[in-house]
Design a protein around this ligand. Structure first.
Ligand code: PLP
Length: 400
């Protein structure tokens, strides 16, 4: 009898965590490493949010919170959806989890039966397919193209839908490509979904506040209110308020799904950390001035990285509308030989040789389901980014 669960054989460890660990190990050996693999803002959590957490501790908010979240946070979430997205959710239609990752997992766990299909546009965030597989579902990948700025086209979505499709997953702005859908682009996709009433929409809006230039963020249930009763809108405080370590994510959706997720969470983690929930109340209800500040810093870093990478020999880097990632193609470099003598046969070879030769850690595109590309997170200082991009330029120039 096998000791470990069969379900584990369906999944693999997160590639981003693996690369980050490798960079850490090399650093510990004394190597000079610039890590561009981590997906978290380098800013500190704003002081007003920290203060709210300290006050919550002092008030004694240290007991088990309700499973779906403390009511002040669920009210703040309903208000946020109304204020920023024009969505009418009752506080009882919301749920708070231990990070957006937890909420996503529980949504699948609460709804996916064996063999149910989940449409995932590629490139995708590494965890989506493995979550679906763990829940017994079948990820159905739809590849996007660099020429379309890595956006799913309505025809491709239409082709991917079958009678077994349960969910289609949107993530705009996207991790790893940074691509974000305009209202019209999203409407063209929601129009397809109107024709298929059995398909539900899961939208991961984690990077909502990180969009650049005059881009206007929209979310599926806002663009097509007729989809409201089969849409789960997921968001969180990690990226918008530099709160990755507080582990608070949330979602809102139709009553019957929210009740199921509440029941599941009640037998699993119960309510998320009470103190972090009070911090999240302040994040959503308090001053919002950190958002434009972070956005401005990220936008200038995006422009810096974009321009330097597009000057590197053999790289092609489309301009992302949001998040803090770029996803350049290395198609022209496949088959070339690295200074170590190794042939660059895949994007995984590229990032591993780059790490060896120049000490720059990035994540290979095939981990996100679309290559040959690599992902750089520009959530780090301008100096480190400039240094890293120079090293990438030098590495690309050294390939023969
Ligand atoms: N969704 C996407 C696309 C992400 O990139 C991340 C984090 O990297 C998450 C969800 C999870 O965020 P958290 O669990 O920190 O709320």
């Amino acid at each position: 009898m096998a000791f470990l669960a069969d379900a584990l054989s369906r999944v693999k460890p997160s590639a981003t965590i693996a690369v980050t660990q490798k960079a850490r190990d090399l650093k510990a050996q004394g190597r000079d490493i610039i890590s561009l693999s981590v997906g978290e803002p380098d800013f500190d959590t704003p002081d007003n949010i920290k203060k709210a957490a300290i006050e919550a501790i002092q008030r004694g908010e240290t007991k088990y919170p309700p499973v779906s979240g403390i009511m002040p946070l669920r009210e703040a979430i309903a208000k946020k959806f109304k204020r920023e997205n024009g969505l009418d959710y009752k506080p009882t239609q919301t749920i708070v989890g231990t990070g957006g990752k937890h909420v996503l997992f529980n949504a699948f766990m609460a709804s996916v039966n064996k063999g149910d299909e989940v449409i995932i546009p590629a490139p995708y965030w590494v965890s989506y397919p493995d979550m679906v597989l763990l829940c017994g579902g079948q990820p159905v990948f739809v590849e996007t193209k660099l020429e379309d700025n890595f956006k799913l086209l309505p025809e491709a979505l239409e082709r991917a839908i079958t009678p077994r499709t349960k969910w289609v997953l949107f993530n705009s702005p996207s991790n790893p490509s940074g691509a974000a859908y305009t209202r019209d682009e999203l409407k063209a996709l929601t129009d397809v979904l109107l024709k298929h009433p059995h398909v539900w929409v899961m939208t991961d809006d984690m990077y909502e506040h990180l969009t650049y230039g005059d881009f206007v963020f929209t979310t599926p249930a806002q663009v097509e209110p007729n989809l409201m009763d089969r849409t789960l809108t997921i968001n969180g405080v990690s990226k918008a308020y530099a709160m990755t370590g507080w582990r608070i994510g949330y979602a809102a959706g139709p009553d019957r799904l929210m009740k199921a997720m509440d029941m599941l969470q009640g037998q699993q983690t119960s309510g998320a950390c009470a103190i972090a929930q009070w911090a999240a109340v302040e994040a959503l209800n308090g001053p919002q001035d950190c958002i434009p500040k972070f956005r401005k810093a990220f936008e200038s870093r995006r422009d810096l990285v974009m321009s330097m990478l597009n000057q590197a020999r053999g790289l092609k880097c489309p301009k992302p509308e949001g998040a803090f990632y770029v996803y350049p193609s290395i198609a022209e470099l496949i088959g070339k030989i690295a200074p170590s003598g190794k042939v660059i046969a895949t994007d995984e070879d590229f990032v591993s040789e780059l790490l060896e030769a120049e000490g720059v850690a990035a994540v290979h595109g095939s981990a996100f389901g679309l290559g040959p590309n690599f992902r750089i997170s520009y959530a780090t200082s301008n100096e480190a980014l400039e240094d890293a991009c120079k090293k990438i330029q030098r590495f690309c120039a050294s390939l023969r």
